[in-house]
Design a protein around this ligand. Structure first.
Ligand code: NDP
Length: 281
C-alpha cells in the first residue's frame, strides 16, 4: 500500500518557514512582502481561490492588496492597473486570477506584468529562464509538485518521469523542472498512443489532465511515485483527482491525494514566490 503524501502538512511546514522569513525581512530590511491580487468578474471558483490566497498571505505576514473589478472591465483599464502595480514599491508580486473574461487577452495581460513581480511564473521571460535552467520565478503548481516528489524521498536523477498533460501552467513547466533534476522525461497528451503502456514505464507519474479518475491503478509501475494534480468537480459537488486513487494506491510506492496534495502546495508556493520577489527587490 502506498505512502500517502500529505500536501496539507508539507504546505503547512513551508508556510511556517515563510512566516519566519517574512519576520526576518521586516526586522532586517523593513520590508513587508506585498501581493496584489487582481480579480475580474464574479467567477465563483476564482472568488474562492482569491479568498484562500488572501487568507494564506495574512497567515504568514504577507500584505495582500485586493483589486476586484467588474466583469466588463476593459483590457486597457486592466493594463493601466498593472502599470501602476509594476512601479508600486509596496507590491512585490502581482497575481491576476485566471481565467479572464473572453474580451481580455490573457497573454497580453501576463506579458504586461513586470517579470520580477510575476509570482505566478507565467511571463515569457520567466518561462524562458526556466527553459534555459536560469534562476527566475517558477510557476507555483510545478514547484509544489517538485516539493512533493522530494518529500516522498525520490531523487528524480536517472528516473523515468511520465507527465500526462502539456499545459503551459502545469505539464510543460514540470517536465522542464524534472529534466533539470536529471530525470528522463516523457510528456503525454490527448494524442498519445497507448497511454497505459507509457505510464507503466514511469518511476514518477504526474497526472495533470482534468479528467476524473482517468489514470487506472493497473497502469502504474509497482513502487512508482504518483502526483495527482487533477481537481475535478463531480456531479455531487465533491472533488476528485485525475487518478483512480483507490486502485493507484495499491500499486504506487507513494501517491498524493486530490484534494489534499498539490492544491495546498500551489498556494504555499505562491507565498514562497512573493517572499522571493520581496527579497530580490
Ligand atoms: P489543461 O486543460 O490546460 O491541459 C490538460 C492536458 O491534458 C492537455 O495537455 C491535454 O492534451 C491533456 N489531456 C486531456 N485529455 C487527455 C487524455 N484523454 N489523454 C491524455 N492527455 C489528455 O489543464 P491544466 O494543465 O490547466 O490542468 C490539469 C488539471 O490540473 C485540471 O484538473 C486542473 O483543475 C488541475 N490543476 C490543479 C491545480 C492545483 O493547484 N491543484 C493547478 C492547476 C491545474 P492536449 O494538449 O492534447 O489537449
Amino acid at each position: 500500500m502506498a505512502h500517502i503524501i500529505d500536501g496539507k502538512k508539507i504546505a503547512g511546514d513551508l508556510r511556517a518557514q515563510l512566516a519566519v522569513a517574512c519576520e526576518t525581512l521586516n526586522q532586517t530590511r523593513g520590508i513587508v512582502p506585498g501581493l496584489a491580487v487582481v480579480l475580474i468578474g464574479n467567477n465563483p471558483a476564482s472568488e474562492v481561490y482569491v479568498r484562500m490566497k488572501k487568507k494564506a498571505c495574512a497567515d504568514v505576514g504577507i500584505a495582500s492588496f485586493s483589486h476586484e473589478l467588474p466583469a466588463d472591465t476593459s483590457q486597457e483599464t486592466l493594463l493601466s492597473l498593472i502599470a501602476v502595480l509594476n512601479v508600486d514599491p509596496k507590491i512585490h508580486g502581482i497575481l491576476v486570477q485566471l481565467p479572464l473574461p473572453h474580451h481580455i487577452d490573457a497573454a497580453t495581460i501576463i506579458q504586461a506584468i513586470s517579470p520580477e513581480k510575476d509570482v505566478d511564473g507565467f511571463h515569457p521571460v520567466n518561462a524562458g529562464l526556466l527553459a534555459t535552467g536560469s534562476p527566475g520565478l517558477r510557476p507555483c503548481t510545478p514547484l509544489g509538485i517538485m516539493a512533493l516528489i522530494e518529500n516522498a524521498g525520490m531523487d528524480p536523477s536517472g528516473k523515468h518521469a511520465v507527465i500526462i498533460g502539456r499545459s503551459n501552467i502545469v505539464g510543460k513547466p514540470v517536465a522542464l523542472m524534472l529534466l533539470q533534476a536529471h530525470a528522463t522525461v516523457t510528456i503525454c497528451h490527448s494524442r498519445t498512443h497507448h497511454l497505459d503502456q507509457v505510464v507503466a514505464a514511469g518511476d514518477i507519474v504526474v497526472a495533470a489532465i482534468g479528467q476524473p479518475r482517468f489514470v487506472q491503478g493497473d497502469w502504474i509501475k509497482k513502487g512508482a511515485i504518483v502526483i495527482d494534480v487533477g481537481t475535478n468537480r463531480l456531479d455531487d459537488g465533491s472533488l476528485c483527482g485525475d487518478c483512480d486513487f483507490a486502485s493507484a494506491k495499491q500499486r504506487a510506492g507513494a501517491i498524493s491525494p486530490a484534494p489534499g496534495g498539490v492544491g495546498p502546495m500551489t498556494i504555499a508556493m505562491l507565498l514562497a514566490n512573493t517572499v522571493q520577489a520581496a527579497k530580490q527587490s
